[in-house]
Design a protein. Structure first.
Length: 151
C-alpha cells in the first residue's frame, strides 16, 4: 500500500437557526475541524424539513426558538422523515419545557449556545455514534424534575 493517508470519514452537519450571524458563525466553526463538514443551512424549521432529504446531513444543529415551526416540531418532523439523522438542540434557553420538548421530539443532545467549539465538535461526534450529550444545565433541570416525581 502506498504512503497516502486515508481520508477520515467526514461528518455532514446542517445548521438550523433564523439568525444569519449564528448560522455563519457555526459554519465557520465547522471549517476548523478536519472531520466536520457544513452540509447546508436553513433559516426556518420549514426550510430544514424541506432541505434534509436533499442535503442528507448526519447531524442537525437545531435552534429551538424560531418563528413558525419551532425546533421541537422541526426535530420531530426530521426524525420521522429521515430517522438516520441525529439532531442536537443548540439554544440559549435552559427552561425545563424546552429541554423536555426537544428530547421527547427525538433530539439526541441539548446544548447551550455558550458551549465551547471543542465541546460542540465532541457532541457532534458523539451524536453520530448514537451517544447523547446534555449541557450540564439541561441535565440539572431534568435531574430536579426527577427528584420531584412521585411513584
Amino acid at each position: 500500500m502506498s504512503g497516502t493517508p486515508v481520508e477520515p470519514e467526514r461528518i455532514r452537519v446542517m445548521v438550523v437557526d433564523e439568525n444569519p450571524v449564528v448560522r455563519s458563525g457555526l459554519g465557520a466553526f465547522l471549517l476548523a475541524y478536519d472531520d466536520l463538514d457544513l452540509a447546508g443551512e436553513a433559516a426556518s424549521g420549514e426550510e430544514a424539513v424541506e432541505r434534509c432529504p436533499e442535503l442528507r446531513p448526519d447531524v442537525v444543529l437545531m435552534d429551538l426558538v424560531m418563528p413558525g415551526m419551532d425546533g421541537a416540531a422541526t426535530t420531530r418532523a426530521i426524525r420521522q422523515a429521515c430517522p438516520q439523522i441525529q439532531v442536537i438542540a443548540l439554544t440559549s434557553f435552559r427552561e425545563e419545557e424546552l429541554v423536555q420538548g426537544a428530547l421527547q421530539a427525538g433530539a439526541i443532545g441539548y446544548l447551550l449556545k455558550n458551549v465551547t467549539a471543542d465541546e460542540l465538535a465532541e457532541a457532534i461526534r458523539a451524536a453520530v455514534t448514537g451517544r447523547p450529550t446534555l449541557a450540564p444545565e439541561a441535565a440539572e433541570v431534568l435531574g430536579k424534575r426527577g427528584q420531584h416525581r412521585t411513584a
